[in-house]
Design a protein around this ligand. Structure first.
Ligand code: F6R
Length: 608
């Protein structure tokens, strides 16, 4: 969702401010803007539609000089993508300027009341009401702090908000309710940001605001207080483990490709999660008679993948719920464990599902990539996956790491249930240890071939991704990759389901990808193969994805085959997913898509 940044320093901050929102651009990129104050006078505001690069040049951001500033990169929710709807937004007198991430649900009634009092609105956003309301409250209360907190108390919905005001030009006021906001602590210089990337180039010391807290940030300090009472809160200072280099492209043309290539390392990190932590997590799951797995988008498919592994290796039956539907279908009570996966740890739907579960008495757990994120601080049991920053809007390495961790949890659950012996667990872990090398082999030896097929087939408007058993979630996740990065219509489906209707679609405009299990997974292999045969019998195109075989059949029903390193049933799905990520990536580059910033998307979806 939108990205917020702010800098308070002694010298000119424009360059740092622009660099901050550039680093946050993956949170939203339809428009952007900055506001700065130079010692006194009204905040100077510049904004427009387009990327940070384009707008910064068009609006000469760097010509603005000031020592305090706020900035925003937008993913539109209320009001179209226009210059007027871009942030920052100002009060009528121009003395108060705000940026905001979230949704103010009572903005229409606030706007009507303020308009009756003579305030003139220029945008269609919910955010503009905040600036006018602060102005209105200031006229009565004559204190910025009081006007700010009175305004926050009047807002329904969610926000991370930052305020710059001519009345106190040496500071930023900011606050948080259900949208992330973090302070960065530098030397004679402090920062605010929607996430660490806003200021990681300058400092690794951070303070995370909790819901219903506000902060006043100056160049030499900060205070955090509760919105409800004004009471001061003592905050813990966190040292961020990521560094700024991890968030660079490192020679790759896109973050997506870089992150796909980071997967061997990411799997190694997942394999290094301590035994004790995994076991305690598994014990907490096993302690409850019922289990829900949840996530949304890619992490829903991670949850579904876990459902198959928990069942196969631990005999654990888990209910699966997309986080956005969770509260409408899940029955939670103190007999339930709810396990979520989330890269950002901020996704509104997943966070709401976890909060709903907690309120109902359930015990919660999550696999999360971002330390200090809302989810990391909400759940009772946490596994930090340590995959490093995922900058591309499309999730690749984080999802693969979560699947590996889920597979490792399945083994511990199997051990606790007596379904597996310690020897079994050791054997499967050894297979997982071989995954990084196998992925390296795919990246080094198969990328060229996958690129060629992607180029040849990039004109095809519809794709069906088919997989059975544990390959079904892989098929769905791979179809999602194709849709979101290449804008090509793709659906993931169980291959056995095809003959029950969808097979009617097979024609020259629709291609299929079939994820084959290794031959030793005999029943699954046979069944998946027969689905491929059914498509070929109707002259459909089938791209087979399968592991190397000792005696490959000459009569496989595939139009093209991507042959991957030999892998046992436990780990083969990981390799097939990597091949499909590359296929989506190369289709997207062939079609000249904006790979790292696909249209209409944003990383970290923090709104309902
Ligand atoms: C797809 C994608 C999204 C996210 C989903 C959950 O590539 O990135 O579907 O997986 O929005 O996000 P997190 O993992 O941050 O909770």
């Amino acid at each position: 969702m939108c990205g917020i940044a702010g800098v308070v320093a002694l010298g000119n901050i424009s360059e740092k401010l622009v660099s901050s929102i550039r680093s946050l651009e993956y949170r939203g990129y339809d428009s952007c803007g900055i506001a700065v104050i130079n010692g006194s006078g009204k905040p100077s505001v510049r904004k427009n539609i387009g990327s940070v690069e384009e707008v910064s040049e068009k609006e000469n951001f760097l010509d603005l000089h000031g020592n305090v500033g706020i900035a925003h990169t937008r993913w539109a929710t209320h009001g179209g993508v226009t210059k007027l709807n871009s942030h920052p937004h100002s009060s009528c007198d121009g003395l108060f300027t705000v940026v905001h991430n979230g949704i103010i649900s009572n903005y229409i009634s606030l706007r009507e009341k303020l308009e009756k009092k003579g305030h003139v609105f220029v945008s269609a956003t919910d955010t503009e009401s905040i600036a006018h309301l602060i102005e209105e409250n200031y006229s009565k209360l004559k204190s910025v702090e009081k006007a700010f907190t009175a305004t926050l108390k009047a807002l329904d919905g969610t926000y991370a908000v930052a305020l710059l005001t001519a009345h106190e030009p040496d500071r930023i006021y900011c606050a948080r309710k259900e949208s992330p906001l973090i302070l960065g602590l530098g030397v004679e210089e402090n920062y605010i940001g929607s996430d660490f990337n806003a200021f990681i180039e300058n400092t690794k010391s951070a303070v995370i605001l909790d819901d219903n807290e506000y902060a006043i940030v100056t160049h030499d300090g900060y205070v955090v207080k509760r919105i409800s009472s004004g009471e001061m809160v003592v905050k813990q200072v966190l040292e961020i483990m990521w560094d700024s280099e991890m968030a660079q492209k490192g020679g790759f043309p896109h973050y997506m490709l870089k992150e796909i290539h980071e997967q061997p390392q990411v799997v190694r990190t997942a394999m290094n999660i301590e035994e004790d932590r995994l076991m305690k997590f598994a014990e907490a799951i096993a302690d409850k008679p019922r289990l829900y797995l949840t996530g949304v988008g890619t992490t829903f498919y991670v949850a579904q993948f876990a459902q198959y592994y928990f069942s196969a290796y631990a005999g654990v039956t888990a209910s699966l719920a997309s986080s956005d539907e969770f509260k409408f279908m899940a029955n939670v009570d103190d007999d339930v464990f709810v396990l979520a996966a989330s890269q950002s740890g901020e996704t509104y739907d997943t966070l709401s599902a976890l909060r709903h579960a907690k309120a109902g008495g359930a015990v919660t757990g999550a696999i999360v990539n971002v330390m200090g994120s809302s989810m990391a601080r909400t759940v009772d049991h946490l596994i930090l996956q340590g995959s490093g920053p995922e900058i591309c809007v499309i999730s690749t390495k984080a999802a693969l790491s979560q699947m590996v961790i889920m597979a490792r949890l399945a083994l511990r659950l199997g051990l606790l249930n007596g379904k597996l012996t310690a020897k079994d667990v050791k054997a499967r872990e050894k297979e997982l240890d071989a995954v990084p090398k196998g992925i390296e082999k795919i990246l080094n030896e198969k990328s060229g071939f996958i690129h060629t097929i992607a180029k040849e087939q990039s004109h095809i408007p519809h794709w069906l991704y088919l997989g059975r058993g544990r390959y079904y979630p892989i098929a769905r996740e791979s179809a999602l990759k194709m849709k979101e990065v290449a804008y090509v219509h793709a659906e993931g489906m169980p291959s056995g389901f095809l003959k029950h209707g969808t097979i009617a679609l097979i024609d020259d405009n629709l291609n299929c990808v079939v994820f084959m299990p290794p031959e030793e997974d005999a029943e699954l292999y046979k069944l998946t193969l027969s689905s491929a045969e059914e498509i070929r019998a109707r002259n459909g195109y089938v791209l087979g994805v399968m592991s190397e075989s000792k005696s490959p059949s000459k009569h496989l029903p595939f139009s093209e085959t991507i042959i991957l390193p030999k892998a046992p049933p436990f780990t083969a799905p990981f390799f097939e997913m990597v091949a499909a990520q590359l296929f989506s990536y190369f289709t997207a580059t062939t079609l000249k898509r904006n790979v790292d910033r696909p249209r209409s998307l944003a990383k970290s979806v923090t709104v309902a």
